[in-house]
Structures are given as structure tokens and as C-alpha cells.
Design a binder for this molecule. Structure first.
Ligand code: FAD
Length: 387
């Protein structure tokens, strides 16, 4: 496995254990039939409780049965899951960073007791509803509204591109509280079997096929006061969750890139053309050298993010830089790896093209490459260029 600058030597025993366990899980439970799931457009749902048992959801948080590991262990875990498939890592990212995290950070004691053990074990599945049909990169323009009634709220609106919504038990829905002054954004824990909730599956995806994506329709959905997240108001709520998830993505995509690289390296040694392995050609070696260097750069960024996060100094702009850089690396590496596999590279028998297609989603969700570029531009100049 590519580890050119020997980062392995910096890992603690616990981190190695977590990494090895996740790698074994992916090798034994995911890799054998992920290609079939990808073709069928299905997520291997039978793995959801297993992933919970192994502590894959919110491994960096503690209490309520959560593992309470460090940030590097969390990153390593995301890396191994995405070496299997970005859909698998997306499942863990949403459940951990976008559902468990906001309840853990902003929920009431009752909400924590009710949801965290079930979500952590995978007994319940959650989803995160921020994006709307008319508001993607600019979620603050959201139109979903919550209006007070006697003992709670009535929600109306629609969310789209929501990972796991068709299989979720609960949705963290971000909506404007139009009954409060200034209509602040608030988080609502909406059980998907409530009257007025629909969660249609989005069909026809050519990327992230081994992941279920859907809409959330909210038609006069009554949500009691006790299901509103009490600890946060405004866009800080959803954005703080996204920073957590983007940290996991910056780590995760290194796994997809590494997996594609290893496939290409092996293939180059096995595949003979013109009387010997294609790995003897300088053109092929040049591609491997470039890929290995780019992946190593991405690994260094991911490890540094974990150090900063662990000591509480991580700024969201730094996460933007790593998400943007590492996804770009994965996009480039997976495409070059596909190319090195020739015609065989376009099938699901090999991982590079599946990873390559997945990365198109990862390039777009959790802040597009353009949006992270603007975040960096604003941080570097003090001038915002979003509008
Ligand atoms: P748009 O915002 O319409 O962008 C279109 C293009 O315009 C992009 O290239 C963008 O970079 C560019 N652009 C936009 N604004 C600017 C600007 N100011 N300057 C320059 N260029 C700009 N959302 C959730 O809430 N929960 C989920 O679980 C979730 N899962 C997803 C799963 C998948 C498979 C996908 C594809 C998406 C998911 N999303 C989810 C939604 C995702 O976060 C959005 O797709 C993303 O934020 C981009 O929004 P958009 O698709 O509306 O594109």
C-alpha cells in the first residue's frame, strides 16, 4: 500500500488497529460485490448494522455508546471505507458527521438519549436535508419553512439530492423558522414516517451509484417542539456539520485514489504488450510517479488536518483547502489509473472507473470545487466573491 513518506510510523497502536479493521471489513465484505451493487444502483444495506457494530459512525465522538476515538483514527477509517467505494464512505459521513454530530453538539438530553445509541449502532439510519431544488451552493436562500402552531411547528418545503433519504428513519431538516424574528434557520429532527413526509429515490445517477439518494417532500408536517435542536440557530448549524463531513472527505478520497493507483500499479506489472510488462515503459512509469506524488501530497494534508483538529485549531477554510485539493487529486489519479488499464479499465471488474465516476459527485457535493475556491479567495484577500 502506498505510504511513500512513511506516515505509518506516526500512527498509534489504536489508530493502526482501527485502520486494519476497516481495511479487513472492506476487503472481505465490500470489495467482492461492490461492482454488482454499483451496476444495480443499490447500497449494501445489510452492512449498515455491521458498520455500526464496528464503530464506523462518528468514531471521533464519545458518550451514548459512541467510540470516542481521535480525529486521525476517524480520518483513517474514512480513507479505508472510500478505498472500498465513495458510497460506503458517504453513508458513514452522513450518519456520523451530518446526523449524529448535530444531535451530539446541539441536541437536548432527551434527543441524545433517544437517537444517538440507535444511530451509532446502525439500528436507525439518518439523513441530512439542506439542499433544495433551487438552492444548492447557496443554501442560505432556502425556502423550506417552519411555522409555529400550538405545541410545535408545521413544516413545508422540499429538499433534494439527500443521501439515504429513501432508507432513513430520521431526517435532520434545516428550515427557516418564519415565526421568529429574522426567520433564523433551525434544525428539526423529522421522523420519515410522519404524515406529510415523502422520500422519493432519485434514479438515473451515473455517479455514486452504490449509494441511495432521494428527495424529502414536506407537506404540512407537524413536528413537536421537543424535536427541534435547541442548541443552534442560523447557518452555523448546517455549516458546522459540513466542516466535520468535509474533514472526512479530505481523508476519504485519498483512499479512492490509493485504491485506483494500486490497481494500476499491479496491472502495469501483469499486463504484457510488445513482449513484456507495460510497467517497463517510461510513459507508464511517469504516470505512476506522478500519481504517487499527488497521493502523498494529499495524505500529508489529511494528516495535518487531523493534528489541527485534535488540538482544536482547525479553521473551516483549511478544511476547504484540503477538500478541494484532495478531491482534485483523486479526480486526476482515478482517471489516469483507468487509462493505464486500457479497455479492461472501463468495466466494473476493476475499481478505477467506478472511483472516477464517484469522484464527480464528491467534487460537487459538500461544497463544489468552485465554492471552496471562493472560500479560499475570500480568506486570502478578505474580499468575498460569491455574489
Ligand atoms: P449549483 O449550486 O446550481 O451549481 C452549479 C454550478 O455553478 C457548479 O459548478 C457550481 O460550482 C457553480 N457555482 C455556483 N455558485 C457559484 C459562484 N458563486 N461562483 C462560481 N460558480 C458558482 N445535499 C444535502 O443537503 N444532503 C445530502 O445528503 C446530499 N447528498 C448528495 C449526494 C449526491 C449524490 C449529490 C450529487 C449531491 C448531494 N447533495 C446533498 C447536494 C450537493 O451538496 C449539491 O449538489 C451541491 O451543493 C451543489 O449544488 P447544486 O447541485 O444545486 O449546484
Amino acid at each position: 500500500m502506498l505510504d511513500y513518506l512513511e506516515l505509518e510510523g506516526d500512527l498509534t497502536g489504536e489508530e493502526k488497529l482501527v485502520r486494519d479493521e476497516a481495511r479487513r471489513f472492506v476487503d472481505e465484505q465490500v470489495k467482492p460485490d461492490i461492482g454488482e451493487h454499483y451496476e444495480a444502483g443499490t447500497f449494501p444495506t445489510e452492512l449498515i448494522p455491521q458498520m455500526g457494530e464496528l464503530g464506523f459512525y462518528a468514531p471521533n465522538l464519545d458518550g451514548y455508546g459512541l467510540p470516542g476515538l481521535g480525529e486521525r483514527a476517524y480520518g483513517l477509517l474514512m480513507q479505508e471505507l472510500e478505498a472500498g467505494d465513495s458510497g460506503l464512505r458517504s453513508m458513514a459521513s452522513v450518519q456520523g458527521s451530518l446526523v449524529i454530530y448535530p444531535i451530539h453538539a446541539y441536541g437536548s438530553d432527551e434527543q441524545k438519549q433517544r437517537w444517538l445509541p440507535k444511530l451509532g449502532s446502525g439500528e436507525a439510519v439518518g439523513c441530512f436535508g439542506l439542499t433544495e431544488p433551487q438552492h444548492g451552493s447557496d443554501p442560505s436562500g432556502m425556502e423550506t419553512r417552519a411555522e409555529r402552531d400550538a405545541d410545535g411547528y408545521v413544516l413545508n418545503g422540499s429538499k433534494t439530492w439527500i443521501t439515504n433519504s429513501p432508507i432513513a428513519d430520521v431526517a435532520v431538516v434545516w428550515a427557516r423558522d418564519v415565526s421568529a424574528e429574522g426567520s433564523p434557520v433551525r434544525g428539526f429532527l423529522v421522523e420519515t414516517d410522519r404524515d406529510g413526509v415523502t422520500t422519493n429515490k432519485i434514479e438515473g445517477k451515473l455517479s455514486m451509484r452504490a449509494s441511495v439518494t432521494g428527495e424529502i417532500g414536506l407537506d404540512d408536517v407537524r413536528v413537536p417542539e421537543e424535536d427541534v435542536l435547541p442548541g443552534v440557530e442560523g447557518m452555523k448549524g448546517p455549516l458546522s456539520c459540513l466542516t466535520q463531513a468535509r474533514f472526512g472527505i479530505a481523508w476519504g478520497v485519498v483512499g479512492a485514489a490509493r485504491d485506483a493507483f494500486e490497481d494500476a500499479r499491479q496491472y502495469a506489472k501483469d499486463r504484457d504488450q510488445f513482449g513484456g510488462p507495460i510497467a517497463r515503459f517510461q510513459l507508464q512509469q511517469g504516470k505512476l510517479a506522478e500519481m504517487a506524488t499527488q497521493i502523498t501530497n494529499a495524505q500529508l494534508m489529511a494528516h495535518r488536518l487531523a493534528d489541527l483538529k485534535e488540538r482544536g485549531d482547525l479553521r473551516h477554510q483549511q478544511v476547504s483547502m484540503a477538500k478541494r485539493h484532495n478531491v482534485r487529486v483523486a479526480r486526476e489519479v482515478t482517471r489516469t489509473a483507468r487509462e493505464m488499464l486500457g479497455g479492461n479499465g472501463i468495466t466494473t471488474d476493476y475499481s478505477p472507473m467506478r472511483h472516477m465516476e464517484n469522484i464527480e459527485t464528491v467534487y460537487t457535493y459538500e461544497g463544489t470545487d468552485d465554492i471552496h475556491t471562493l472560500v479560499l479567495g475570500a480568506d486570502l484577500t478578505g474580499i468575498e466573491a460569491f455574489h
